[in-house]
Structures are given as C-alpha cells and as structure tokens.
Ligand binder design. Structure first.
Ligand code: ADP
Ligand code: MG
Length: 345
C-alpha cells in the first residue's frame, strides 16, 4: 500500500486579472519530508504557499491534507503552520502571546496552551524572552518567534516563506543550520520557499523548481543538480555550460548532436528526432581530461581555465590538452613571468 501524502497539490492554479501566478502545479509531500519550492522572484512561490495555508483562494485545482480536501477550511482549521517572509508578528502581543495565538484560535484550554507555549519556546531557545514585545527582539529572535508560532499548533504541514531572507548574510547561514536541525528533529512535514539555490540544496529532501508559475523539475537536490531536465533548471542552479545544437541522428540508443560551434557529440538517452534543436548541458566539473584509449566525445582542446588567485581572477590558456588525471582537483600553481607582464598607464 502506498501511504497517503500529507500534502497533495493537484493542478493548482491562481490567476490575478491578466497574471497567471500559478499554473497547473501538482506535487505531493510524504510524511516528514522537507520539500523546497525554488524559483526566481515572481514565479508564484508565495502564492502557492498562501493557497495551501488558506489565505488565497485558488482559481482551480485542489489541495488535500492527509487525503482530505481543505478547500472549505479557514486557515486556522487547516492543520498548517506558516512562517511569513516578513514574520508578521503581532506587534502589541508578547512573544508568548504570539506563540499561543494559533492555540487560542483553536480553543485550546488555557493551562494546556501555556504548557505548549513554554515547550515551543524551549525548542527555539526563547524561553527567557517570553514577556518581550517583538520590537524588543533582534531579527534572528523574531524569526524564531515566527517559527515557534507556526510550530505551537503542531501542524501537519509547516509552511515557510523565505524564512531566512530577512537576516543578514552571516546570521542567515547560522540560522539555516539551526532551522535544518530543528525541522529534522521534529520530523515535521515541511514545505518551504526560497529563491536561494544554496538554501534549497542544503535544506531540502526534494526540490520543486518553479518558473513562471509552472513546475520545471521535481527531484532530490543531487538529481536536480546533476541531471537538469530543462534549460531553465540548468541555468538557474549552479554553473552550467549549455551547448546549443541540432540532432543529426539517433544511433544505438545514442543521440548524435551537431553543436552550433561545430562539435559532433554523442549523448546517451533520447528520444530525439533528426533536425530537432536541442541544448546539451555540462557541469564544469564534468569537463575532465580524456583518459587513454578509445572514448566517445574525445575533443582536442586549447584549454582555458578561469583561475582564482588570491582575490584576483585570471584566465589561463594552454595549447596542450591536460594529461588524463593531470589536473588536480583543488589548487594548481601557476607562475607569471615578470618580463611578460605589461604595465599599462
Ligand atoms: N495579490 C496579488 N494581486 C495581483 N498579482 C499578484 C498578487 N500576488 C501576487 N501577484 C503576482 O503573481 C505572481 C507571483 O507572485 P508571488 O507568488 O508573490 O511570487 P514569488 O513568491 O515567487 O516571488 C507575480 O507576477 C505577482 O506580481
Ligand atoms: Mg515570495
């Protein structure tokens, strides 16, 4: 038997006037899974999260939590906890009152509420600050209050909208690790949104790459990185060489591609038809010196390397192909002949 997904989006769509914010979005979250919606600004991430949370009514499609449609339920009845991008803490309520807000909406009796608030504040290490107002907190502390408020109701699904984007760069990295530890420990099913690929690669079990309201690819971080399914994914995540070309033929399960720059390359897989315009994506670390023997796609090359030397970047060119295995993975040493350096004024 296949377990019912905790969260299931099916053909979800949202249109604002002329703008299609979310278009035919479908994916599931298994119990305990951490899934990231990754995409550029304006691709529909926040709209998706708000539809799940119940703040925005979908134009079409369905949202189910634990197998049941939530269409008719107000936000506080959906069994979700949401952390908003700008936290949206209630400014006139104390930390403890903010964290207890969802429990109050649900009618949880006072004694249990207080107990749960204490527990949740403990989780995010904010116990001693329970009586403070939001404006008396740092950015990182506000972020943790927002997280505690979402967690206090013990939601089936935790929703996080760019939870780290309001923090300065240094704090962001630290909080990223803390957040990762916390959501892993709680085993809470989590859907979080970011435009930051590093955050997605570090935090997520699976990534849903979005572009213009649509899904480009869904998969574990390594798969998204190593096997981008579209040009958009190849270019949006990591560094990638893209070689534009045309399919010449399909032979023995391999596709032969003529690139625009005059190379003829063989690629595993397909399907493809002769004359079709394609692009070949190659990650920089997949470009390696050819081993000895008869290997496909052996290419004579003038090697150009972009070298990081101290804080400078130097372009290096050598006309002998590097020996197989001869390029060290980490540092290489170069020398610059003083007689060849030109001083310009
Ligand atoms: N309330 C709204 N009214 C009109 N257009 C909106 C509204 N909310 C979002 N949009 C539009 O929908 C698209 C997706 O927005 P959003 O979901 O906020 O993107 P993201 O969170 O990925 O940056 C954008 O083009 C945005 O301008
Ligand atoms: Mg957004």
């Amino acid at each position: 038997m296949i377990a019912t997904p905790v969260l299931s989006l099916s053909h979800l769509r949202k249109v604002y006037g002329e703008t299609v914010a979310v278009d035919d979005l479908s994916f599931d979250l298994a119990r305990g899974e951490i899934v990231c919606l990754l995409g550029p600004s304006g691709c529909g991430k926040t709209t998706t999260l708000r539809m799940v949370a119940g703040f925005v009514p979908p134009t079409g499609g369905t949202i189910a939590i634990d197998g049941a449609s939530v269409a008719h339920l107000p936000p506080y009845r959906r069994d979700t906890g949401m952390v908003f991008q700008h936290y949206a803490l209630f400014p006139h309520l104390s930390v403890a009152e903010n964290v207890g807000f969802g429990l109050r909406s649900l009618g949880v009796p006072r004694a249990e509420r207080e107990q749960r608030v204490r527990e949740t504040l403990g989780l995010v290490e904010l116990g001693p600050l329970a009586a403070r107002l939001p404006r008396e907190l740092s950015g990182g502390q506000q972020q943790r209050v927002a997280l505690a408020r979402a967690l206090a109701v013990r939601p089936a699904v935790l929703l996080l909208d760019e939870p780290l984007s309001n923090l300065d760069a240094q704090l962001r990295v630290r909080m990223r690790e803390e957040l990762r530890g916390l959501i892993r420990r709680l085993e809470t099913t989590t859907l979080f949104v970011t435009h930051d690929q590093e955050e997605a690669l570090v935090l997520a079990d699976r990534i849903v790459v979005m572009n213009r309201g649509r899904v480009e690819q869904v998969g574990p971080p390594a798969e998204i990185y190593e096997a981008p399914a579209t040009r958009f994914v190849a270019e949006f995540i990591g560094l990638c060489n893209l070689l534009e070309g045309t399919v010449r033929a399909v032979q023995d399960g391999e596709v032969i591609v003529d690139t625009r720059g005059g190379l003829q390359l063989r690629v595993a897989g397909g399907p493809a038809s002769p004359g079709e315009r394609v692009a070949l994506a190659v990650r920089p670390e997949q470009v390696v010196p050819a081993p000895a023997g008869n290997v496909p796609n052996r290419l004579p090359t003038a090697s150009r390397h972009r070298l990081a030397v101290g804080g400078e970047e130097l372009l290096m060119e050598t006309h002998a192909a590097p020996a197989a295995g001869g390029v060290p993975a980490g540092e290489i040493e170069i020398a610059l002949d003083p007689a060849r350096l030109r001083l310009l004024r």
